[in-house]
Design a protein around this ligand. Structure first.
Ligand code: GCU
Length: 668
């Protein structure tokens, strides 16, 4: 019996069975009505996909004719499209596919189809998979890799292909057009013939959906894989090696997208090992890729133990290099200066590089935001970053506009999200983590889109039926409260874990899940330990990044630098990010810092309890399986929130010596 069960489970996870078991993300089958699709005379895989999607999902007038038309329209940008009641027009085949999905989404979410143009904010919209060649996934909470397998078997099965196609279809439905299929902590093996052969097969499965494949490469590959004496970017043999390797890649995969590189960071090799700069390293690869139209996405996530304030390092290393990168290099910058924390101010590199293309990197996988246990909808966090005004080219120079080509002329533009996808049957570990994949795609397409609209769309597509969408009670009893829940969930996570600008105080022993402000074994690098970041002591708490402290504040353009530098004007959200303040510091609310901190932790706990009630009330509108799973996870999340609150308040109380305010639930 056990064996049978085991084999069923196995099939359910690694096979293409997802189509039958209901885990179809936001792409559930709908009872469609007949439609006639008229398209360009030429046939191509992409056009066939567009046609098939329309035929499978049409909800409009029965027997209608939809025209897919390739055009040359200057108002349409990149793979954008023009929609009207008659059909879709686009300059590219990808555009027709996105238009087809756009049309279906409007039908399925009950929106009218009006004449409109929809252009993507970014030319390249990519997922970064931190998948290792052995099938494990760094910071992955949804099972093993969908691309690589532990047994190193390079046999590509029908199941593999089916899975990759479903994955690509989901990406295409939200406009994502690229996938970096391996970890930024890359293995040189990725560029070996055997791995390239599997990469080619993956590219083949993704191509009909317009998703290009990219690889993360290890900078020392010439030495490690090629057997050269060095990987010095200025060495002629190294240059030759990369050119030959790139040629080999394009022979296998003619539409290969390019390389992502994590170099001279967290122990990864890089140009600095040879006394060279990031520009030397990036340009070497860019030069090799350029004849084929390939890109280099060079990451700015760099820090070393030597720096006194890790938050400053990327800016210090990259700003002096502005203008020195080839135009097919894009600097890939995490939203905040430290590392995907629940809340950070935007990275000061946004807008500061004026002659170099910069792209935002967001983390979809919830490393510091509850992993696959806690329900945290990330669109509000990304929106907060994208809408932050850098002031670098006057008011209105938001992160969105500084990266999409609106403020600075740049040849290419892109946005990347670290994927949360794995072999789990629901793809993302938590059913609601699917919403973050969806949200990332939608924001990469339109960086002005509001989180509320994204939440509304995702809930309708994932949980609603046509009948429910038409019924008022579904709106009032499911859609409205669940939208509220999604929109509040990120702030709740900030409240119960790292409020008021606290950051990096998570547990290291539990893989970054749960609290750990005390963590710091003897001999450990200080900048990996929470006490380095919160600086709690009898005289107060917080990291002093003011002009009197590390001076990280000066990396922001005025008026932000002055605003952040002064505790009276610094937003509460970033207070302890920029300031070390006494426990009895008077907050804008009139309360002391200590009381305010305690109230935020307590509020976070109460918010999660409210989410539990909202979900319990949603029971009639959700299938039993998902209802029970999410209900259980919310229970665990609620416990996690209490743990955060109690652990942090009791830990900090050792320094503050102040009582827990009466309104706050006493620690257990
Ligand atoms: C974080 C994460 C690492 C990852 C790194 C990166 O530090 O914990 O697993 O390698 O970010 O983005 O490179």
């Amino acid at each position: 019996m056990k064996k049978i069960l085991f084999s069923i489970c196995l099939l359910g996870t690694v096979s293409g069975l997802r189509a039958e078991d209901g885990h179809q993300l936001w792409l559930r089958p709908h009872a469609s009505v007949p439609v006639k699709v008229v398209g360009p005379a030429k046939s191509s895989a992409l056009l066939a996909t567009a046609r098939q999607e329309l035929q499978q999902g049409w909800q409009g007038t029965a027997g209608a004719t939809v025209t897919l038309k390739l055009t040359k329209d200057k108002a349409i940008k990149y793979d954008g499209f023009r929609l009207n009641a008659q059909g879709v027009q686009a300059n590219t085949e990808r555009g027709l596919l996105y238009g087809a999905f756009g049309l279906l989404r409007r039908q399925q979410t009950g929106q009218a189809v009006a004449e409109e143009i929809s252009n993507p904010s970014y030319e390249y919209r990519l997922l970064n998979h931190w998948d290792n060649p052995d099938g494990s996934v760094e910071r992955g909470y949804a099972g093993q890799s969908i691309f690589w397998r532990k047994d190193s078997s390079f046999v590509v099965t029908g199941h593999d292909r089916a899975l990759w196609q479903q994955y690509a279809r989901a990406n295409a439905s939200v406009g994502l057009n690229g996938a970096v299929i391996n970890n930024v902590n890359s293995s040189p093996l990725m560029l070996s013939a055997a791995y390239l052969a599997r990469t080619k097969a993956i590219a083949g499965a993704l191509r009909p959906y317009g998703v290009r494949v990219y690889l993360a490469v290890k900078f020392s590959s010439p030495a490690l894989l090629g057997g050269l004496k060095t990987s010095d970017p200025l060495d002629p043999a190294v240059i030759k090696w990369w050119h030959a390797k790139v040629k080999e890649v394009y022979q296998q995969i003619p539409d290969f997208g390019g390389f992502v590189v994590k170099a001279s960071s967290e122990g990864q090799p890089g140009p600095q090992d040879y006394g060279r700069t990031h520009a030397d390293g990036a340009n070497l690869l860019a030069d090799a890729l350029r004849p084929y139209g390939g890109l280099v996405m060079w990451r700015a996530f760099v820090y070393s133990p030597s720096d006194k304030d890790r938050a400053k390092q990327a800016y210090n290393e990259f700003v002096p290099l502005d203008g020195k990168f080839l135009d097919n290099v894009i600097i890939q910058v995490k939203n905040g200066p430290i590392d995907f924390q629940p809340r950070e101010p935007f990275s000061p590199l946004f807008g500061a590089l004026k002659k170099t293309a910069v792209m935002p990197e967001f983390q979809i996988t919830q490393e510091y935001l509850g992993q696959a246990i806690d329900l945290v909808f990330l669109a509000p966090m990304w929106q907060e970053c994208l809408r932050s005004d850098t002031h670098q080219a006057g008011p209105g120079s938001t992160v969105a506009r500084c990266t999409d080509g609106s403020v600075y002329a740049q040849k290419h533009s892109a946005m990347a999200g670290v994927s949360n996808v794995g072999l789990d049957t629901n793809w993302t570990g938590h059913d609601f983590a699917q919403a973050n994949w969806y949200a990332f795609g939608r924001l990469a397409w339109n960086n002005q889109l509001d989180s509320r609209q994204i939440a509304d769309e995702w809930l309708k597509l994932t949980f609603g039926t046509a009948a429910q969408l038409a019924a008022a009670d579904w709106d009032a009893h499911f859609l409205a409260p669940m939208t509220q829940l999604l929109l509040a969930s990120r702030e709740a996570a900030v409240n119960y874990s790292m409020p008021l600008g606290l950051h990096h105080i998570m547990s290291a022993t539990h893989g970054h899940y749960g609290p750990g402000p005390w963590w710091g074994p003897p001999g450990m690098r200080a900048d990996w330990t929470p006490p380095y970041y919160h600086q709690a002591a009898a005289n107060g708490v917080g990291f002093d990044r003011t002009t009197a402290g590390s001076n990280a504040v000066s990396q922001y353009h005025e008026p932000l630098a002055a605003e952040f530098n002064n505790p009276a004007t610094c937003p509460d959200e970033y207070l302890l990010w920029f300031h070390h303040l006494p426990w009895d510091f008077k907050m804008k609310s009139g309360r002391t810092l200590w009381d305010e901190l305690a109230l935020h932790y307590d509020h976070g706990v109460r918010q999660v309890r409210q989410f539990q009630q909202t979900w319990d009330a949603a029971r009639p509108y959700v299938d039993a399986e998902r209802f029970a799973v999410v209900q259980n996870k919310l229970r665990t999340q609620s416990g996690n929130a209490v743990l955060w609150k109690d652990a942090c308040l009791l830990y900090f109380q050792q320094f503050s010596h102040l009582p827990i305010p009466a309104e706050v639930e006493p620690p257990m």
